[in-house]
Design a binder for this molecule. Structure first.
Ligand SMILES: N=c1c2ncn([C@@H]3O[C@H](COP(=O)(O)OP(=O)(O)OP(=O)(O)O)[C@@H](O)[C@H]3O)c2ncn1[C@@H]1O[C@H](COP(=O)(O)O)[C@@H](O)[C@H]1O
Length: 104
């Protein structure tokens, strides 16, 4: 299974002790929750605009920025991406989609 989100989240956790002069994420933590939420909102808007443009490269780039800043928000909130993934897995199971997908 792809563990990119988990590996990135571990780095984001480590950045809580990093020097803001050398780390973008440490700068965000130092600026505080409002700054992190502002960035998250901006990235959401940029993702919407990219999707409207139907430019695949832009959509991928902006969605990566959006997911990244979501991970920073989760870390600042003391949460891990595994918790969100478990919730999605739970819904997937509830909807019976997994069973249907396995049946092809
Ligand atoms: N994956 C990312 C990542 N994705 C996006 N970004 C940053 O998110 C910002 C996106 O914001 P914008 O597009 O608005 O660009 P900007 O105008 O420069 O940003 P602002 O001046 O508005 O804050 C850019 O500065 C990007 O560099 C990232 N910064 C860091 N990482 C990873 O996070 C980890 C920790 O990074 P550091 O804390 O910098 O060591 C490392 O593994 C990095 O690879």
């Amino acid at each position: 299974m792809n563990d990119t989100l988990e590996r990135l989240a571990t780095i984001l956790e480590e950045r809580k002790n990093a020097d803001p002069q050398h780390s973008y994420v440490a700068q965000l933590y130092q600026a505080g929750q409002d700054k992190i939420l502002k960035k998250l909102g901006e990235e959401a808007v940029e993702t919407v605009l990219a999707a409207k443009s139907r430019e695949s490269d832009a959509i991928i780039h902006e969605t990566a920025d959006l997911w990244f800043h979501s991970l920073v928000m989760l870390a600042e909130s003391g949460l891990r991406p595994e918790q969100v993934l478990r919730e999605l897995e739970r819904r997937f199971g509830l909807s019976g989609l997994e069973e249907k997908a396995n049946r092809g």
